[in-house]
Design a protein around this ligand. Sequence first.
Ligand code: PLP
Length: 390
Amino acid sequence: MKPSDQNISYYAKNYPASGIRAMFDLLPEYPDVVNLCNGEPDFSTPSHICEAAIASIQGGDTRYSPTSGILELRQAVADKYTQQLKRRITPDNVMIVCGGTEALMMSLLATVNPGDEVIVTDPCYPNYFAQIELVKAKCVSIPVYEKNNFQIDPEDLKKAISSRTKGIILNYPNNPLGVTASEEYIQSLEQLIDDNNLIVFSDEVYESLTYGKSGHYSLAQNDRIKDNVLVMNSLSKTYAMTGWRIGYIVGHPKIMKSMFRLQESVLSCLPVFIQKAALAALRGSQDKVQEMASAYEKRMNLLVDGIQSMPGFKCIRPMGGLCVMANISAYNKSSEEFSRELLENAGVMTVPGSAFGPMGEGYIRFCFANSFENIQKGVERLSSYIASRQ
Ligand code: PLP
């Protein structure tokens, strides 16, 4: 007998489709396109990291590891955060996970019950919708506006909080908005977060990519909310290690302990040789991280100067991350139609803003994780298409 619909789970049936993936899946149909659609670093993983993985495999590190990760790596993460947060962080605060994606899944699984509410900004990184769905919680969106630099208005946060609210997902530097968090901004939200005992799921995977005068402020630096902040980070963007699938969570030992047990059923553990590579990344020279960040800054400026010179396009220059949201409301077209038009007529792939939530309508997202030459080509194509269209 063939599998029936009943053999497909609630989770699989209700899993929201990704607007980024929908665009990316069109790539084979447009082989000459300039891909400004997805956020994958085009740099190679630094060689000392690759060599550490090879040495580890050759040295026989091919067996199970502890569910929470190897102690040396948890210690390296703890040392990094002891320095960053200016207080003692130990391996008990740290769990190693399979990238930023598993970091959020584990954080939600360990803290959120079915029927709870989790707050996100609109627009936001769309995986949040899907992962909140997977723990059977309700996603509550608060709008963020370009005129407010895409920051949350505390009044909107207050309105969104109910007796069922368990936490809020914050992401700085932000994908897709390109904004970062300052200490003062987080202070404007701390009282509401603290008074309502909210868990802050702080997605900091772009921490190394900040531009101009902006630096990275980790939400766990805030004294008032620090015990309820779960920092979710990965090596994907910082060390050009997207395919290695490695990241970590830093949080209060009480929450972390509950996660260690859950990992047993989800992944069991991460490969030791990948963890040894991550150890080399964290303990080794950070020169490549700086080099990549300054290369991205040049690419971002090239792209933003290009976007801002085109009639009908407006955008805030990103302070961090790998993406820029361009306001295209002057064109009076849906973001999906406009993005499709640019793909078909200008040969440039972008993501419709609607993929990031209803407030993304009127925007398209460009990603500058592509070579300088390709971004230049993309800008030239867009400029000449937009000029021909006027
Ligand atoms: N969080 C944000 C905001 C992202 O943009 C991404 C990937 O693009 C992730 C998390 C996932 O990170 P990872 O590739 O380490 O799973």
